[in-house]
Write a protein that binds this ligand. Structure first.
Ligand code: NAD
Length: 260
């Protein structure tokens, strides 16, 4: 088995997860990448990150809405690397609709991906971290883990739940050198945000430009999108030994949104 640390970043083929995976690779560690794309599509990324890391980088297209697929993913990580030292639960999705029209299957999908998937990955990762007496779990939550916005019932409920899981697990592993934190970004310009603009425009009867100005950035007092690089830098700090005392926290990076 390798002496390098191993990180698993879920949903690491796009947006925030990709940024964090690249930054961890640059620190020199083994990586497990995950997303919905085929292995062929991700091969150029995998080889680039492997060259950057100096370790081994593997890719799994496990659909994290399926607990059996998550167990398989975690088993692959265990078989290849012995387990994971750093777990970043990042994969997530959004759907925007008034509650009365909210499709049941979208509710279930968001609960599975944005909340239950993190339970299953943590459950599998924690025994290895406890054995090593070191571990880092970072749950990419949202400002919506702390406050609500209309038409995002499933997302807000799942992210509040993810923060509850974060706090509970932090207490359970606090004496074992394992920290568990939630990063709570405001709006970050990624494909996930770009895709929700047309639906938000429809739900609110606005133009897409009005959604960006009056809905998305209206919530952020600094009137700026948070950047992937800023979220990545925070995640790297939480992975460092200097962050050993930070656990069970909801770390906001939202331009002042949750100060309201
Ligand atoms: P994104 O849409 O750019 O990327 C999502 C990633 O998740 C992709 O790699 C995709 O392949 C993967 N994915 C989607 N469904 C999956 C599934 N069923 N199984 C496995 N992988 C799956 O998203 P993003 O904007 O980078 O968001 C990442 C996380 O950050 C999400 O949890 C999101 O809720 C959170 N977040 C985003 C923002 C924002 O403004 N972008 C703000 C706060 C929180």
């Amino acid at each position: 088995m390798s002496d390098l640390k191993t990180a698993l970043v879920t949903g690491s083929t796009s947006g925030i997860g990709l940024g964090i995976a690249e930054a961890l690779a640059a620190k020199g560690m083994n990586l497990v990448l995950n997303g919905l794309e085929s292995a062929d599509e991700i091969e150029p990324l995998r080889t680039r990150l492997e060259a950057l890391s100096g370790g081994k980088v593997i890719y799994s297209s496990a659909n994290l809405m399926d607990p059996a697929a998550i167990r398989e993913l975690m088993q692959t990580a265990a078989d290849t690397f012995g387990g994971v030292d750093i777990l970043v639960n990042n994969a997530g999705m959004q759907f925007v609709s008034p509650v009365e029209d909210f499709p049941d299957d979208k509710w279930e999908a968001i609960m599975s991906l944005n909340l239950s998937a993190a339970f299953y990955t943590c459950k599998a990762a924690v025994p290895f971290m406890k054995q090593k007496q070191w571990g880092r779990i970072i749950n990419i939550a949202s400002a919506h883990a702390l406050v609500a916005s209309p038409f995002k019932s499933a997302y807000v409920a799942a992210k509040h739940g993810l923060l509850g899981l974060t706090k509970t697990l932090a207490l359970e592993v606090a004496e074992q050198g394992v920290t568990v934190n939630a990063i709570c970004p405001g709006y970050v310009w990624t494909p996930l945000v770009e895709k929700q603009i047309p639906d938000t425009a429809k739900a609110r009867g606005m133009t897409e430009e009005e959604v960006i100005k009056d809905v998305l950035l209206a919530a952020q007092p600094n009137k700026q999108f948070t950047t992937i690089e800023q979220v990545t830098a925070l995640a790297l700090f939480l992975c460092s030994d200097d962050a050993q005392s930070m656990t069970g926290g909801a770390v906001s990076i939202d331009g002042g949104w949750t100060a309201h």
